[in-house]
Design a protein around this ligand. Structure first.
Ligand code: NAP
Length: 282
């Protein structure tokens, strides 16, 4: 890669950000398509988010991804937000068009692409047990509601967060049943497991350094499936449990790749070389 005076700059805003796989993935895509572009990581302290966002304009940076802890707060510094971004209340992609900053949430489409490609499912009409009520769960819930899932059991360690999220989404999606449960409410969790077509882990449980949630996976119907958003480690305890029971399951790496591919397409207008992006981070 040759960085020249003409090279266009993209990047990621996060804090911390040194663990991010996005620079490897996007630079591989730029190289593959021979684009005179470079992608770098910017460690932005929360107190500097406003000035850093203004600097996207003043420095002529063409686009950034946004990760923890800035996804929600950056919205107030942008000129416009896409419908998915507004509904999710979080933005993970910003495009700079002649000084106008628009925010998008490509996690929503990344998640939908991942379950379609890896599991062969679309949410329409499905009963879903969703674990978590943080940022990732909000993106998943947006995708599920926009695509007409029929029932969603929203299970979280902190019940108040699940209740708040469920009541917020119920206002926009009156036809979808969204029931919040505490992880400690074992009766409700067991009942949800017995009827779920798809179990999705959008909590941090099972990621490196965070204890996995213990679930009685054997209660799931034999044809149900599991999608675990966690991608570090690649094979989580949840995926191991699914394998033992012969359930179709997939981990979060594909969502990471598809959300990145969608960002790439929003910025460049080019079709993302998904296989190259996957190979770069695998
Ligand atoms: P977040 O906003 O911090 O939310 C974390 C969620 O996990 C909360 O619901 C929290 O429950 C729950 N949680 C944390 N530790 C737990 C534990 N020990 N037991 C049970 N629940 C626990 O984080 P996030 O952005 O939503 O990310 C969640 C996970 O998704 C992370 O592992 C992240 O890497 C992954 N993710 C993957 C992708 C992808 O592309 N594959 C995209 C986004 C996120 P409380 O409300 O009780 O705290």
């Amino acid at each position: 890669m040759h960085v020249r005076a003409t090279t266009k700059v993209y990047g990621i805003f996060g804090h911390p950000v040194s663990h991010s796989l996005s620079p490897i993935m996007h630079n591989a895509a730029f190289r593959k398509l021979n684009l005179d572009c470079v992608y770098v990581a910017f460690d932005i302290h929360p107190t500097n988010l406003d000035s850093a966002t203004q600097a996207i304009k003043s420095l002529g940076i063409l686009g950034v991804n946004v990760t923890i802890p800035h996804k929600e707060r950056i919205i107030s510094f942008l000129d416009e937000t896409s419908p998915e971004g507004t509904l999710t209340g979080a933005v993970n992609t910003v495009k700079n068009e002649d000084g106008k900053l628009t925010g998008y949430n490509t996690d929503v489409e990344g998640f939908l692409m991942a379950i379609k490609e890896d599991l062969g499912v679309i949410p329409r009409g499905l009963r879903i047990l969703l674990l978590g009520a943080g940022g990732a769960a909000r993106a998943v819930l947006t995708g599920l509601c926009m695509n007409e899932a029929s029932e969603i059991y929203l299970v979280n360690r902190t019940i108040d967060k699940a209740r708040a999220l469920a009541s917020e989404f119920k206002k926009s999606y009156k036809d979808i049943s969204i029931e919040p449960y505490s992880l400690e409410d074992t009766d409700s969790v067991e009942r949800s497991l017995r009827t779920a077509d798809l179990l999705i882990n959008a909590s941090s449980s099972g990621m490196k350094g965070v204890a996995p949630i213990k679930l009685q996976l054997e209660l799931l119907p034999k044809d149900s499936m599991i999608y675990d958003l966690v991608y570090k480690p690649r094979e989580t305890d949840l995926l191991k449990g699914a394998k033992e029971l012969g359930l179709k399951a997939a981990g979060g790496l594909s969502m990471l790749i598809y959300q990145g591919a969608k960002s790439f397409e929003i910025w460049t207008g080019e079709k993302a070389p998904v296989d190259v992006m996957r190979k770069a981070i695998v």
